[in-house]
Design a protein around this ligand. Structure first.
Ligand code: G3P
Ligand code: CA
Length: 243
């Protein structure tokens, strides 16, 4: 069976501050097959790579991302909070797209807060990808079916993942027509490993998050998971290829 592709979740985020250029450069250096990032809009409509709604956890600043302009967001340090951190600038999606260009890495972009923004994030993402001409290397993801559906209509050629933190109505493995890959959390596979096979029979390979320990990595490999998102890409690759 094919080994899962290793996707660096928020970059090589165990060893570098998440969503910084250094975290993504390290992931590429370590041979990750893919990179994952979360995107939000600033108050003035710029796409920035930040996971949380606020700056508190991942910078030395305070405030809500969507309530701050790009210039305000750029005043803070996004690296020093991390145990292996150095001062780092806010990462813009444009910068990450430039990094990915010229590599073989796939970029998995997760949009956050689609309802509040009325799919503005998806609109801006589709426009940015068209500008950069990177459609083949990109996969769009969201927990919101509404967001994935809206994106599919805007950019029909770009692959999509419907992220799942519970199986609920998708337990059978079937997904709506606008979703290519199923994106269950690893907690779902620990309870229901047969889900991967049900999804495959329904025509969907799986992207599983966030997989860092040896037992979970072995489970994903044995089940034939297609993409495995991990905070520690080098260690995950080592464990996947051992034995
Ligand atoms: O890769 C999907 C995963 O990142 C979803 O959870 O909270 O880390 O964005 P979260
Ligand atoms: Ca994410």
């Amino acid at each position: 069976m094919q080994q899962p592709s290793v996707v660096a979740h928020r970059g090589a985020s165990t060893d570098r501050p998440e969503h910084t250029i250094g975290a993504y450069e390290l992931a590429i250096k370590e041979g990750a097959d893919g990179l994952e990032c979360d995107i939000r809009l600033s108050k003035d409509g710029e796409i920035v790579c930040v996971h949380d709604r606020t700056l508190t956890r991942t910078s030395n600043g305070r405030g809500t991302v969507s309530a701050m302009t790009l210039a305000e967001l750029q005043q803070h340090d996004y690296g020093s909070w991390h145990k292996h951190g150095q001062p780092a600038e806010l990462l813009l999606l444009d910068q990450l797209l430039e990094l990915v260009k010229g590599t073989n890495a796939q970029l998995f972009v997760e949009t956050k807060h689609p309802v509040r923004y009325r799919n503005e994030v998806e609109h801006k993402l589709a426009a940015a990808l068209q500008r950069h001409g990177l459609q083949d290397q990109i996969v769009m993801m969201s927990f919101s079916p509404t967001a994935v559906k809206a994106f599919r209509e805007l950019a029909p050629d770009i692959r999509t993942v419907l992220l799942l933190d519970r199986l609920g109505r998708y337990r059978s493995g079937a997904l709506p027509p606008f979703a290519d890959y199923a994106g269950p959390g690893i907690h779902l596979l620990r309870n229901d490993p047969a889900y991967v096979d049900r999804a495959r029979r329904a025509g969907h390979e799986t992207y599983v998050w966030t997989v860092d320990n040896a037992e979970d990595i072995a489970l994903c490999r044995d089940l034939g998971v297609r993409y495995l998102a991990t905070n520690a890409p080098a260690n995950t690759r080592r464990l996947l290829t051992a034995n």
